[in-house]
Design a protein around this ligand. Sequence first.
Ligand SMILES: Nc1nc2c(ncn2[C@@H]2O[C@H](COP(=O)(O)OP(=O)(O)O)[C@@H](O)[C@H]2O)c(=O)[nH]1
Ligand SMILES: [Mg+2]
Length: 325
Amino acid sequence: MTRDHQTVVDGVLAGDPRAIARAISLVEAEGEAAAEVIKGVFHRSGRAYLLGVTGSPGVGKSSLVDQLVRAARREERTVAVLAVDPTSPFSGGAVLGDRVRMQAHTGDAGVFVRSMATRGELGGLARATGDALVVLDAAGFDLIIIETVGVGQAEVEISRRADMTIVVTMPGAGDGVQALKAGVMEIADLFVVNKADHDGADRTVAEIATMLGLASYGPQVWRPPILSTVATEGTGVAEVMRTVDAFRAHDSADFGRRRRLRLETRVRQLVSQHLLRHVEQHGLEPRAFAGILDRVVATDLDPYTAAEHIVSGALGPQAQRSDIG
Ligand SMILES: Nc1nc2c(ncn2[C@@H]2O[C@H](COP(=O)(O)OP(=O)(O)O)[C@@H](O)[C@H]2O)c(=O)[nH]1
Ligand SMILES: [Mg+2]
């Protein structure tokens, strides 16, 4: 490991905010440095509780997260916030509002806030988020809150990394229950109807309750509660925090199972990444891939056969060697 990376790793383990920020930038870049950082800090991870907060833009996720941070700090728990917004990293108002809210925490070493925006593909963002969570976990934060915009598959995937997911919505036709149906419904452990100072909050609560009523829950199964909040005023936030703790207590047996599943997914991802790199670097003569692709493009060769050919060409000799030795 380079001295620079060792310094970053030591800083993360000591909880130094600048080192944590640098480590997250390195894992975002997804290069050799990302691997070195994770190798250096991983042994200290596995203790933080990961709370996902998801919902459409503007429902009040960041305002709620800010309140949850305050509540956690009052209990002297340390908190890191990772805001993942793949939609528009510089959408003016929202970002400005976030900045103002988060400035309230500057100078508090028990709070760390970081936003990650997409560059390019969402799958990469999901991967980098996973590594960023490992960094924050190893840095010793008790609670890590992941704010994501709950619209697409990648965001749902990111929130699957959490131990608990809060789905936030607000009253009003545009963002009622309809918006929730598209995949985020299943991942909710708690529903929050924010902006309860607006008209129609009770109706939105009732709609969600009706929809949940259609699903059947066994006696031991957690039935997602539906709470209302006014995040800008902090109303209802204490109840949200109590529910988070209640879920955590209820769910303690699943905590380890979920963590195992997350790590399994990560190891599998890395295996395929390594294999692909191996195949590309060692398995093929220069230009051979382009040649094979030319044949696929000309419908001379189908993609399945092409892939089988490439992989067996790349792994064949080595596989034989390890059979022998
Ligand atoms: N009236 C009202 N406005 C709120 C409430 N919560 C958030 N807002 C406002 O809604 C806007 C979007 O909030 P924000 O937290 O940035 O939403 P996000 O995009 O989901 O993170 C901001 O102008 C907030 O001040 C609430 O409970 N009531
Ligand atoms: Mg936000």
